[in-house]
Ligand binder design. Structure first.
Ligand code: SF4
Length: 344
């Protein structure tokens, strides 16, 4: 009971990310050059892992934070068992000391077995994220994923049966993908019982098979507008299914930000903001229709204010075409994209 109360008071969620790059992964999905995406070039040594954790912990107040060590990138359960155990022992020690609350990791659907789950359970891993990417075999096959939809379904069920939190990541705009397929992928992710997800638009990264296909004009990435539209459809589905969306768009690593590694595709530093701008646009566009008032005030949740106004003021400008004055006013009583309007 007391522990529950303490947990409730820990309001800030802090992730300590440890990147395990592609070296650990024997596969080569056509879109992936993991070391370029994560910015890491070799697996971190145990000493480096401890250093990363200590550096993060030094900036965190454990009394008001929920701290999670997250092994991202690559394919954690594809590492040699001894390496997995080495990393898990380090993370587990911080849990036992009470300075870290949980551990999460990401891996592939075809690297899940009862033996692997037994090991992860022993070291108190809480969340396992699978790169599902698509729930359509043709898309998986054309993307060189090397696993099937059925394997994602079986692995997800095993993870749930063992009592882990399940995360299922998806990509949009892979070869053979359509908006309808992305939507059914999101729906199936909900059906499989995922509590969290990440949505990644497909980018063409240097030194990947996709770069070759792109240069041979056999693959075209989505435009930024298309990608934002698809993502916003998928976003709404996850929201209504109660699945937490942990990330939208790719982490802007140095290479991508400086443009050296990104060949083509819908990359934007404020991708999530563009998606939320689009979702608010859908809500607000009706206000400009059939209305003869001159002024409009829109009350929104304070955390939604920027998105309601829109990226670079897009939604406010849309309303300014109709009204002489447009004001957005924060109202903490409203949640998510709820809003109230007053006209004068
Ligand atoms: S499984 Fe993951 S790390 Fe391995 S190639 Fe595919 S996307 Fe990259």
């Amino acid at each position: 009971m007391i522990l529950n109360l303490i947990d409730q008071l820990k309001i800030k969620h802090v992730n300590i990310p440890i990147f395990i790059p592609e070296l650990a992964c024997p596969h080569q999905c056509i879109f992936c050059n993991q070391k370029k995406i994560s910015g890491a070039v070799s697996s971190p040594s145990p000493v480096e892992v401890v250093k990363t954790i200590e550096e993060h912990l030094a900036t965190i107040n454990p009394n008001n934070s929920n701290v999670e060590i997250a092994f991202f990138g690559g394919n954690f359960t594809g590492l040699k068992k001894e390496e997995q155990i080495e990393y898990l022992i380090i993370a587990h020690k911080y849990i036992q000391e009470g300075v870290v609350d949980s551990v999460r990791l990401s891996t592939r659907p075809d690297y899940i077995s009862n033996d692997i789950l037994r090991l992860l359970s022993q070291y108190k891993v809480k969340t396992i994220e699978l790169g599902a990417q698509s729930m359509h075999d043709e898309v998986l096959q054309r993307s060189g994923r090397g696993h099937t939809v059925e394997q994602t379904i079986v692995a997800s069920k095993m993870i749930k049966d063992w009592g882990f939190d399940l995360g299922l990541q998806m990509m949009i705009g892979l070869p053979g993908d359509t908006m309808e397929k992305s939507i059914t992928t999101a729906e199936q992710i909900i059906t499989l019982g995922a509590t969290n997800t990440r949505i990644y638009p497909t980018l063409v990264i240097k030194d990947t098979k996709l770069e070759e296909l792109h240069s041979e004009q056999k693959f075209s990435p989505l435009t930024l507008d298309e990608s934002v539209r698809w993502t916003s459809e998928v976003y709404k589905i996850f929201e209504s299914g109660g699945v937490k969306i942990l990330r939208v768009g790719l982490h802007p690593s140095e290479g991508l930000l400086h443009g050296g590694e990104l060949i083509a595709g819908p990359f934007h530093q404020s991708y999530r903001e563009l998606v939320l701008t689009e979702l608010w646009h859908e809500e607000l566009k009706h206000l400009a229709q059939n209305n003869t008032s001159e002024r409009i005030c829109i009350f929104v949740n304070p955390y939604q204010l920027n998105y309601a106004v829109g990226y670079h003021g897009k939604n406010r400008d849309m309303l300014l075409n109709k009204f002489r004055s447009v004001k957005f006013i924060p109202d903490a009583k409203l949640i998510k994209r709820e809003f109230n309007v007053s006209y004068s």
